[in-house]
Design a protein around this ligand. Structure first.
Ligand code: HEM
Length: 453
């Protein structure tokens, strides 16, 4: 039944695409002022409705079965959910989702670009930006999930109706293959590939699956509600149909790093506090030094942006679970209960690297062991069913942001891959690197403008 409905939707989409000029005109209208007039928010939660001026009216409309009418009541940026402070601003000098306090859930997607047409690609990026601005504010895409014209598939898929913005952030990146693939300068961008966007070298122990690696574009969706994150990726993929296709995607839960030091440090799937010594979202000096590309850096169009490294790291948790507590603590160089560096008492005490085992993860990853290399970690745990051998396919979806991949991930991972005691319990199975352009400044700006513009 579901498949049939999907087929019908696809068929409808094809029909809509074939409608040519009419559809084009509709799409243009969406990005313009008219869209604003028609814009509507997701339905507010019941709690939000009660605290909202229009509560009686909205509840009355819902009670009367006037679903579509009720949806329209939560118009524009004054949506109750946004007013509750659960929407993260989309516009700004940097993209949200990097220094933003880490949300609980992740849906990360890498896309292959299927069109060769530069103008089509630019058009898509503009449509994506408009949709991302709306979804992060808690609004539906385009004219919403319940449109006036029931002959066409709705603009929004609908599963986030009634949900709050949930601090959704959408962070957009560009992979090396968009600049050049198989020796081909696909979009006239070859000369603009940033020096810092290198192809990662092979590291000892890598067992990378090409089907879970690479990508021309990526979108990192983070939200406190998994359905909101999934809805966002799904709708971007839907908008891109025919022009992009999802190459791989990863769901994540249980954030494994903190950018808010006051909050309790989350634990990873190995049971250890993870993200203790990370760059905090409030440390503007360190963000400028290690995360944001500077105005004077080599590639001007990236100023205000950052570089993202994603690694799918499988954990052999069954082996780990049979390892003694002492060995587990030696592997990281921190104690399991408090998260304190070995030889110290509290989690935030500075580690004394010399007392840690030479193979301890924290010792090897520390900036002092890597000529000062420092990255912002923003990873998530994953479990994707089993591997067919009675073991969980579980691990860490590692995400790191840095000003230059050559000064961040590469030196640290070079050292870790050679000597980290953790290597006995993990394997890197997916890998990707992306240039994450600066933030979208306002409604006239769009993802990637500084590259294409
Ligand atoms: C499954 C793989 C991994 C696990 C389970 C893991 C876990 C941990 C834990 C528990 C800590 C100590 C707490 C903290 O300061 O966050 C830590 C620190 C750290 N990890 Fe990892 N990590 C993994 C992979 C990586 C990779 C691939 C990198 C980078 C290439 C990395 C870089 C770091 C850094 C920079 C630190 C902080 C070191 C310091 O300044 O003290 N980790 N990791």
């Amino acid at each position: 039944m579901e498949a049939a409905a999907e087929a019908k939707t696809e068929a409808k989409t094809e029909t809509a695409a074939a409608a040519g000029a009419e559809t084009e005109a509709k799409a243009e209208a969406k990005s313009g002022a008219e869209t604003e007039a028609h814009s509507r928010s997701r339905t507010p939660s019941r709690r939000a409705l009660l605290g909202w001026g229009g509560a009686g009216l909205a509840l009355g409309a819902v009670a009367a079965g006037g679903t579509a009418a009720a949806l329209r009541l939560g118009d524009d940026d004054k949506s109750p959910a946004a007013a509750e402070g659960e929407a993260v601003p989309f516009y700004g000098p940097h993209q949200a989702g990097i220094a933003t306090p880490v949300q609980d859930r992740l849906h990360f997607a890498a896309f292959d670009v299927r069109t060769d047409d530069r103008e089509q690609l630019i058009k898509l990026l503009k449509e994506w930006t408009a949709a991302a601005a709306r979804m992060t504010a808690g609004h539906e895409v385009g004219e919403g999930a319940i449109s006036d014209n029931d002959e066409l598939p709705p603009d929004d898929t609908g599963e986030a109706l009634g949900l709050k913005p949930s601090r959704l952030t959408l962070t957009f990146g560009i992979g090396p293959t968009l600049f050049e693939k198989d020796g081909k300068d696909r979009f006239g961008l070859k000369g603009r590939r940033p020096k810092a966007l290198i192809d990662l070298p092979p590291f000892p122990g890598d067992n990378l699956d090409p089907a879970r690696s690479g990508g021309d574009l990526c979108v990192q969706a983070c939200a406190d509600d998994p359905q909101v994150a999934v809805h966002a990726i799904r709708n971007l993929a839907r908008i891109g149909m025919g022009r992009v296709a999802i190459r791989w995607s990863q769901l994540g839960f249980g954030k494994t790093s903190s950018t808010t030091p006051d909050a309790m440090t989350p634990r990873n799937m190995m049971g250890f506090k993870d993200g203790t010594r990370n760059i905090a979202g409030t440390e503007t000096d360190r963000l400028d030094k290690f995360v944001w590309v500077g105005e004077k850096d080599a590639d001007g169009w990236m100023a205000g942006g950052s570089y993202l490294v994603a690694r799918r790291i499988r954990m052999h948790i069954e082996t780990w679970d049979r390892t003694s507590l002492k060995e587990q603590e030696d592997v990281f160089g921190r104690d399991k209960a408090e998260g304190a560096p070995q030889g110290k008492r509290r989690e935030r005490d500075e580690p004394n690297l010399r007392v840690l085992k030479p193979t301890a993860h924290v010792r090897l990853a520390h900036p002092d062991s890597n000529a000062g290399a420092t990255i912002l970690r923003r990873g998530y745990s994953f479990t994707d069913g089993t591997d067919g051998l009675g073991r969980l396919d579980a691990g860490l979806f590692f995400i790191a942001y840095q000003r230059d991949v050559r000064d961040g991930f590469v030196p640290i991972q070079t050292r870790l891959s050679r000597s980290d005691a953790l290597n006995e319990y993990i394997q890197h199975v997916g890998s990707a690197v992306f240039a994450v352009p600066p933030g979208v400044r306002d409604k006239d700006d769009w993802w990637g403008r500084t590259l294409f513009g």
